[in-house]
Design a protein around this ligand. Structure first.
Ligand code: HEM
Length: 232
């Protein structure tokens, strides 16, 4: 296959991100169990504010994860009798609802990290960066709906069908980036951002996902303390 940007970003990069995600998580799990934390700063904020922010964020993000997984990698909707247009409507309505909830929760979490001096002081660069990156990914994801919803209205859902085929080609290790060469750029930017979340995962507080809820609840205590803290 002839080398191109499309080939690199959608034929090679998914595997760089996926390998980093798996190997990086395994190394962190093996080496740094006691530094493994969501680095929660919940204690530093008003209970009510955090309850709203954290619940909206987690409900939104987890629903999106489930939606992406079932929509792209399974035939559940087809088994339930949905045709491709109905599939697109279900994906759009559930995805937009979850995306908006996550966006509100995420912005609330970001505001607290940036504006509350105590939380800001307790945050590392990556804590803020990963949140901003997730919000950017969310924005482009929601942006795709300016194309997907009109597609569903007109009954022409080829973009979605091609994207499903492409995501499956990656998941089965038979990458076919040529499939999406002509797909509108907003889908590509969103997918690049989404794949980069996997790349950044082992270097961020997102690693706490691996241990929720089982080990997290029953493992021995840990002391979370920065090794070096410069005094301003
Ligand atoms: C490998 C990672 C990812 C891929 C390949 C991917 C792919 C896609 C595609 C193709 C769409 C358009 C679907 C449609 O038209 O109905 C979409 C929508 C969307 N994505 Fe992602 N995505 C990824 C990760 C993420 C992440 C990490 C987030 C959240 C931070 C996210 C949030 C959204 C949202 C809010 C939408 C619009 C609503 C929906 O259709 O679900 N995506 N994604």
């Amino acid at each position: 296959m002839i080398w191109s940007w499309n080939y690199f970003f959608f034929g090679v990069y998914p595997f760089i991100a996926g390998t980093t995600f798996l190997v990086g998580s395994a190394i962190r799990y093996e080496r740094e169990q006691y530094g493994w934390s969501s680095f929660s700063s919940q204690i530093l904020a008003s209970k009510r504010y955090m309850m709203w922010a954290s619940n909206l964020w987690h409900i939104g993000i987890l629903t999106l994860f489930l939606g992406h997984f079932t929509g792209f990698l399974t035939n559940i909707l087809e088994w339930l009798g949905a045709d491709p247009v109905e599939h697109q409507w279900i994906a759009a309505s559930a995805g937009i609802t979850a995306g908006v909830l996550a966006m509100i929760g995420g912005l609330m979490l970001l505001l607290r990290r940036l504006l509350d001096p105590k939380v800001r002081y307790a945050s590392r660069f990556m804590d803020i960066f990963i949140l901003v990156w997730l919000l950017i990914t969310l924005s482009f994801g929601l942006g795709t709906q300016f194309i997907s919803v009109p597609d569903a209205v007109s009954g022409h859902v080829q973009n979605m069908q091609i994207l499903i085929q492409y995501v499956r080609s990656i998941a089965t290790f038979q990458p076919d980036p040529a499939l999406i060469r002509t797909i509108p750029i907003i889908y590509k930017i969103h997918m690049f951002c989404g794949m980069t979340v996997f790349l950044l995962f082992p270097f961020s507080r997102l690693v706490h996902i691996w241990t929720v809820p089982l080990n997290y609840a029953i493992r021995p205590y840990q002391l979370v303390r920065a090794k070096i803290r410069s005094v301003i």
